[in-house]
Design a protein around this ligand. Sequence first.
Ligand code: MTE
Ligand code: HPA
Ligand code: MOS
Length: 776
Amino acid sequence: MTSNPPKIAVQHGPAAGVTRPHESAQAQVAGAVSYIDDIPEVRGTLHAAPILSPIAHGKLRGVDASAALAMPGVVDVVLSKDIPGDPMLAAFAGDEPVFAIDTVQHIGQVIGLVVARSAMQARRAARKVKADIEALPAILTVQQALQAQSFVLPPVHVRRGDAAAALKTAKHTLSGTLEVGGQEHFYLEGQIAYVLPQEQNQWVVYSSTQHPGEVQHWVSHALGLDNNAVRVECRRMGGGFGGKETQAGHLAVWAAVAARKVGHAVKLRLDRDDDFMVTGKRHPFAYEYTVGFDDTGRLTALQLMMAANCGFSADLSGPVADRAIFHSDNAYYLQDVDITSYRCKTNIQSHTAFRGFGGPQGVILIESVMGDIARHLKMDPLDVRLRNLYSDEPIPGTDQKRDTTHYQMKVEDNILVPLLSKLEQSSHYRQRAAAIAAWNATSPVLKRGIAITPVKFGISFTATLFNQAGALVHVYTDGSVQVNHGGTEMGQGLHTKVAQIVADELGIPFARVLATASDTSKVPNASATAASAGTDLNGRAAQFAARHVRDNLAAFVCGLDGCGAGAIRFHDGQVSSPKTTRTFEEVVGMAYANRIQLWSDGFYRTPKIHYDKTTLTGRPFYYFAYGAACTEVAIDTLTGESRVLAVDILHDVGHSINPGIDIGQIEGGFVQGMGWLTTEQLVWNDKGYLATHAPSTYKIPTAGDVPAHFKVDLWPEANREDNVFGSKAVGEPPFMLAISVYEALKDAVARARADGSLVRLTAPATAEHVLQALNA
Ligand code: MTE
Ligand code: HPA
Ligand code: MOS
């Protein structure tokens, strides 16, 4: 890889703004960190395994567990009737049972648990439990759901202007359909929870979760207890990617109900196949659209129907489908637009958050349309994209500019025009497009293609209330510091960034600050670590907490040295007043002896955001993160196989808190997006059985798929909104840069066909789908 070398860590500089290794990197490589399954088990710990529905939809008439109960090591079977509290999960839509009650709604739905002395004993016995199910007709596809009006939540419409009228007067129109597949999270650490009974019906839950506060809420609800009786802890996840935003909660509730029944600690760790069968994935989407445009490629009207396959319950499908609507413009001004979004209920796993959270499903449609318009008009696709970007250009006959989204948010911080132009130059896009044409002319079987696509991604939870965070900073008498905040660590480097921010706020070396495990008894009511906002929210809360302690220390030093508080500087591990300089440790020791508070909380809420949930209009996002990628691919026109040859990325993280970690997020996000759009295909058979439920049949990208040329550059400007350290969120936006892979593949197919026809390429662009596109 040839990414720009991150700045080398300086010995005595500020802690933030320089590359520092992830706080756990060395210990992780040495196998010396602890995941949930590594926590030493308390005596008497039992293991649970799920009893899964073998039928997609049916009436559950009874469960016969006698054979399972007779097996070695088996202690008990746990069913819905054993739940002491509410048998329905405390999910916001209230539409999901903890364990199936009298119906089953997908193959793999959890009917109950077998509890045994070992995990293997529990798993073997779970397969021997006989569920008596009367099969009912199942809805397995989005098309069937639309036909039957089977929805988990009501449809949503967003419109501006009059798309139907604008289509009538459009110079050109194109209509089409598109299907885009789902995606398995494939976190390396699977879903797991370990529940320990404490005295007086109190509980400790170790959960691999992005949202400990929700796990606490769900477990207490199922056990019929107050929230304060349950403490949830998570030191780190081995990946979450959205898959542990809600669905880690299910495991914790299941294990807790079992622990409550058997009176022992219970661990529940799904094996990989069960994890595939039980948990939801990225929502597959289907689209129907008609677009109108002029001779210059400028879009004048868009009518769009998006149908999300949500599975059997709502879970996060509402906000996911909303975010797809919010991102169906991607970077482009949609003049007259009419979008209808359906949230389809089907008898499969309940689909959930996955990096991008519906954004990718919005962006891919409009990017696909941009490519189609270009091919229809025989223009270069980049020119069509540039023609449609948000800009300050006035709209004739109005007092408006082409700078306001279809949900009425003004794009104030638009940097895409210069960003795309810089990437166009640095990637040598025009020269390479011409060189590819020449190369293809000499290559009858292999054909190359290229595409640049931009990303504009809205940062903030669309559920406005989640945009709050808390933190605690403790300074100990030796001057060392612990920071605890409501966010969770899933590999993205949140704890590292928060520790960097705290170190700088106190003017002490990074090595003096330790971030500790997420814990509902330290910072309560914390939001999920999601929406890429982990550092924006928790980093700011921690900065404020550290600032309170620093202010206490400054006031104390002022008293000693007889100066104003503004005159005190915290830098390089020292505290300087106009009179003298002392070490941070010295000041802390003296402050303690004088009974000065050395710890504090901090709280942050994102400013400026608001929107109307019924019309989806307002300012749902504090700011946008931008980026663009130029991708070159090759396809084999005989087999349909493809390869990503070269990728150049220019991405906007504002003023980076940790360039090494940010570049890692950009590279990882891109490759994960590449997997979604190329090899990761989920296949449900005609019974609703997920046939691809292991790495043998479900192909995530490997090291060998990383493009040989993979260059990542960071946009040099700070965030124009007042965000921590001038930074921007980075976790999700780069995922959508991989749409350039899909568009480059369509370009290669178009060049191979050379008949000027539109390319219809189903995503993921597997070898089979590429062949279909070539021969359609
Ligand atoms: N990076 C790693 N290594 N592992 C993960 O699970 N999750 C992604 C992203 N990057 C993820 C990751 C998702 S879906 C989100 S929303 C953000 O990280 C969450 O963390 P942040 O808000 O701190 O960026
Ligand atoms: N992103 C991720 N998770 C969420 C969101 C969002 O916008 N809203 C609610 N949960
Ligand atoms: Mo990320 S999908 O918001 O957890």
